[in-house]
Structures are given as C-alpha cells and as structure tokens.
Design a protein around this ligand. Structure first.
Ligand code: ZN
Length: 488
C-alpha cells in the first residue's frame, strides 16, 4: 500500500507547472491579441504650417518641417510623437522659376508607413515698371517726337517690346502686362507747341509825360496770352521815375508765358520841366508889398487901405478860415500866391512828397475860392530856411529847383519888416521897411497881415513910398524872385 502512495505525488506536481505555463501562454496571446489586433496602430505625418505655401518670386523657401505621429484605436488614441522616426522630406521646389511644386514627406516605423504632401507655389504679383525718357519735342505744327521709354519686370526682365503705345490728342499712353498678368500703365502729356509770346498793353501808352512835381503813379497795364489768358498778375515792373528831376525814365514790363515766351515792353516816362518865365525887372524905384500867413481878421482893413491909395500888393495865403477873403484879394486886383495849408514845418518839410502834397492842396484851395490857379508861391520860412534840415537833409536844394521845374515861381524877399520877429509895433515895422527900402532901388518887402501892428504900418509905408518916388507893384510870374541862398 505504501508503495502506491509513493508513486502518485510526482505526476501531480509537473502537471501544475504545465497548467501555469499554459495559462501564461494564453495570457500573452490575449495581450498580443488585444494590443495588436483589437487596438490597431496607425502612423501619420502632421505638416507644420500650411498645406499650400505661396512664395513671392525672389523669396527663399524655408522648409517648415513635419511631425510623425503614432496613434492607436484603444491605446494612444491621442497619438504620440515619434522623435526618432525616420522622416524623409523630398522637395522639388525651384525658387528661380514660377510654378507649383510638390514636397513629399514619408516615414516608417514598426512596420508601419506614412506619407504626406505639401504644395509650394512660386508666384509673381509685382507689376512691371515703365520709365519714360524726358523731353519730347513737338515739331512746329507737326507730330510729337517720342523721346523713348523702357519697360522692365522683376521676373520677365526687359519687356519694352511688349508695351502698347497709344497716341491721342494731347496724350500718349503706355501699357504693358507681365507674364503673370500684372499690369503697368503710364501717361505722358504731349507738350503744346506755342511760339506766340504774350502781349502787354500799356494804359497811357509807351510814351508818358508828366510835369516835374506831379506824382508819378503807374498808369496801368495788362497782359494776355494766347494760351495762358490773363497774365497781368505775372507782369514784373522795373524802373523808377524821379518825379522831382526832369528826364526820361524807362519803365520795363516783363511777362513770360508757361512756354517760356518772354515779352518785354518799355514805357518811356518823360518828366518835363516847365519853361521858366523870363524875369522882367521893373523900371524905376519899385516896392513889392507882400503879406504872408493870411487872410486874417485885419486883411479886410488892409485891402481898404491899399484901395484908398490905388496900391496893389501880393498875398501868400494859407488855409486860415478866412478863405472867403481870398476872392476879395483877387477881385480888388491884388496878386495871390500859395504859402502853405498847415504852416507846420515838421509836416510840410518831412519829404519832397509831403511838400508837394501841401503845395498842390493849397493851390486847389485858392482855385476853389478864387477861380485862379496861381503859380506864385513862397516857402514857409523862405527858401533860406534851416528848419527843414531837421526833417530832411538837402530838402530846400531839391525843392527850390523842383518847384520852378513844376511851373511855380517862388519869391523870397530883400526887405524884412521883422513883424514876425522883434518888431511888435507899427512904428518899428515902418522903420524896418523904410530902412530896407532905402538901401535898394527895387524892394520885395515881407510882412504878415495876421498882425494888427503890421497892417497898421502899411498906410505910412505907402505914403512914404509915394512921397519918395516909388511905385507899388503886385508880383507876377515874371517879377524878380529875390531868391535867398539855400541853406539846406
Ligand atoms: Zn509864413
């Protein structure tokens, strides 16, 4: 019985190992089945960047690369990147030629394979450039002489021969398209052939005359052009007229039209001097009584005194507010002359312009009151005055000549009653005049009828003069002027 118990345990132990091995094999088979049959692996290539890449001609192609991904249906569903997978890139890109090029990607791993493709397009969107040569003349009445043009393209190179040139009235158009269809269009204006210069018309004519002492103001002009129309605003005027100095002064007017036709016209402005009257010296002993600065409150009385002796005198008047007396001076046969409107030295001696403005104005005032346009005048302070030095150096030298060239006769004096100075009584005025007259055969006496004492002395002066064989005369254009030496 014991022998039987020894015999049975051994086969039982071996059998258990077998069972274990069998179970392990079954387990491995199941695992393999699940992993490689139930869970199926796939290999794929994911491109980095776009599937189609567009490159402007001239740009370099830079390979963006790709990833190799292993994906399972049960495990690694999201996929894992295989870093050591053998990715092969096959690029057919030719950067120097426009076109569509494929790039192939392939990879292999664990017996799996994957492939992908990308398209690279080399394109040209840059327009060609047309360059026009400068110039281009137009033959008189003829056609436009094309100065030339070129067309170049970044890809096609020189495409001048493909340019379509069209000439219409006043315009040339140039158009070209490169091999990629990029256009270029330019225009050129055909210059107008204009040989006709503009015209300048001078108001007042090419010869224009003024008298010395009359202000010169531009008489006016206008310019027209066959194409540009009114070019008056483009006229430049050069030259200056010295209205104080007799002479001929050219003034040039220049205008240029837009086709460079230049027109120059000249106006000759003649500043003429009026002829000076011949001085006629009176016969015999003569006294010219002259009264400045009036009319005034005593002038009426003075006129009566003069009338009662039949004596004629001369009045150098100002704008005093007694202007109605001017008419009476003239009506009673006396001479009337210009003194000044304002008697303001700083104003009237500020410049030649200021002086002549005052002179002409006073001449007008006298004319308005008397109907006489007198040319007799006396400078305030006389031509020898030095007050004008403060305002205008050399003014009296200019004015003493200019007023005569302007047709005025100026009168100074050789006997000063001094009624504007120290003499404040009729007796003194009388004595001063008689003393002065006694020293000369022909006297030009200075008095002021705005002073009562001076007017008061007149009757005695007349009586004395008549008793001593003098004749009293009014001044005329040909009377002697007794001009002082000019001090400024
Ligand atoms: Zn005065």
């Amino acid at each position: 019985m014991e022998e039987r118990t020894l015999y049975f345990p051994r086969p039982r132990k071996e059998k258990r190992i077998l069972w274990i091995l069998l179970a392990l094999a079954l387990l491995a088979a199941a695992a393999w089945f699940v992993l490689f049959r139930v869970n199926r692996f796939t290999l794929s290539i994911h491109l980095t960047g776009e599937e189609t890449v567009q490159l402007e001609y001239g740009q370099a192609y830079e390979e963006p690369g790709a990833e190799v991904i292993l994906t399972g249906t049960l495990f690694w569903k999201k996929g894992i990147t295989l870093q050591d997978a053998q990715l092969q890139i096959d690029s057919g890109v030719r950067e120097d030629t426009l076109g569509r090029y494929p790039v192939f990607y392939s990879a292999g791993c664990y017996g799996l394979r994957a492939e992908a493709g990308r398209t690279v397009r080399i394109i040209d969107t840059v327009c060609p450039v047309i360059t026009l040569a400068e110039g281009g003349s137009l033959a008189p009445g003829g056609s436009f002489q094309e100065p030339g043009f070129t067309a170049t393209d970044n890809y096609d190179g020189d495409i001048t021969d493909r340019v379509v040139r069209t000439e219409t009235a006043g315009l040339v158009t140039y158009a070209v398209v490169d091999s990629s269809g990029n256009p270029c269009y330019v225009e050129r204006e055909i210059p107008i052939y204009d040989p006709v210069p503009p015209e300048i018309y001078l108001e007042g004519g090419e010869y224009y005359a003024i008298t010395t002492g009359s202000f010169y103001t531009e008489p006016g002009y206008w310019a027209t052009d066959n194409i540009g129309g009114d070019l008056t605003g483009k006229v430049t005027v050069e030259g200056e007229v010295n209205w104080l100095e007799p002479g001929t002064y050219p003034i040039t007017y220049t205008v240029t039209d837009e086709y460079n036709n230049v027109t120059v016209v000249t106006r000759q402005v003649e500043v003429s001097a009026k002829p000076r009257p011949q001085t006629v010296w009176p016969q015999g002993k003569t006294i010219y009584l002259t009264f400045d600065d009036g009319p005034g409150p005593y002038t009426q009385k003075l006129l009566d005194v003069l009338d009662s002796y039949g004596v004629k005198a001369t009045f150098f008047v100002t704008d005093t507010g007694y202007n109605e007396v001017m008419k009476e001076i003239v009506d009673r046969g006396h001479s009337i002359g210009i003194h000044t409107v304002t008697h303001n030295y700083r104003e009237i001696y500020a410049s030649p312009e200021a002086f002549f403005a005052d002179l002409h104005k006073m001449q007008d005032i006298i004319y308005e009151n008397t109907g006489i346009r007198t040319t007799l005048m006396r400078f305030p302070g006389g031509s020898s005055n030095t007050v004008s030095r403060a305002t205008y150096e050399g003014l009296m030298s200019i004015l003493s000549e200019a007023v005569q060239n302007a047709g005025f006769q100026y009168f100074d004096w050789n006997v000063d009653s001094n009624d504007a100075g120290g003499a404040r009584k009729a007796e003194t005025v009388f004595n001063n005049v008689v003393d002065g007259v006694g020293q000369t055969g022909i006297s030009l006496v200075l008095q002021h009828d705005i002073h009562a004492y001076s007017v008061e002395a007149v009757e005695d002066i007349i009586v004395w003069g008549l008793n001593n064989g003098y004749t009293f005369q009014p001044l005329t254009e040909s009377s002697p002027g007794f001009h002082h030496g000019v001090n400024n």
